[in-house]
Design a protein around this ligand. Structure first.
Ligand code: 4NP
Length: 160
């Protein structure tokens, strides 16, 4: 079967602010792909513009650090129409991110757009809850969700 996905695959993680969920997803995926010695182009973005140029939220950085991953070098950026041509897969944290992304999807988009948890068996259609307004426990739950997504991506990349 013809398969026009890039090798290595190019995957963009998307949330609202690009300072909590999607940088944690990018960090978890970087760690998982690197541990599996599989090449991938990994990035993250937000649908909103409030935090452009900012590092991840301090609570997200601390949670990643607790799990052995340094995300301090990431900087927030906003989703752009060109991302739909540069990436194979755009994975949104929640339903609002998905519908905001659909609204700027260009006609010649090549990227598949889905929810992050669509990749995790038994969790299709679920959102990764926004931890921004909650306590630190929310960030631990976010990490657990995005690591399940990262594992599913690696499993699918290694099965070719
Ligand atoms: P994120 O979390 O979408 O997971 O990065 C949020 C970050 C910032 C805001 C909301 C959610 N905010 O309203 O500024």
């Amino acid at each position: 079967m013809h398969d026009d996905r890039r090798n290595p695959p190019a995957i963009l993680f998307l949330c609202l602010g690009n300072i909590c969920r999607s940088p944690l997803a990018e960090g978890a995926a970087r760690a998982a792909f690197s541990a599996a010695e599989i090449d991938a182009t990994l990035d993250s973005a937000g649908t909103g513009d409030w935090h452009i140029g900012h590092p991840p939220d301090a609570r997200a950085q601390a949670e990643a650090r607790r799990r052995g991953v340094d995300i301090s070098n990431l900087r927030a950026r906003q989703l752009a129409a060109d991302d739909f041509r540069r990436f194979d897969l755009i994975l949104a944290a929640d339903a609002a991110n998905l519908s905001d992304a659909r609204a700027i999807r260009p006609a010649d988009a090549t990227a598949t757009l889905a929810l992050m948890l669509d990749l995790v068996p038994g969790r299709a259609g679920e959102s990764v809850a926004d931890p921004y307004y909650g306590d630190d426990g929310g960030f631990a739950a976010t990490w657990d969700d995005v690591s399940a997504v990262a594992s599913a991506l690696v499993a699918s990349a290694s099965s070719g």
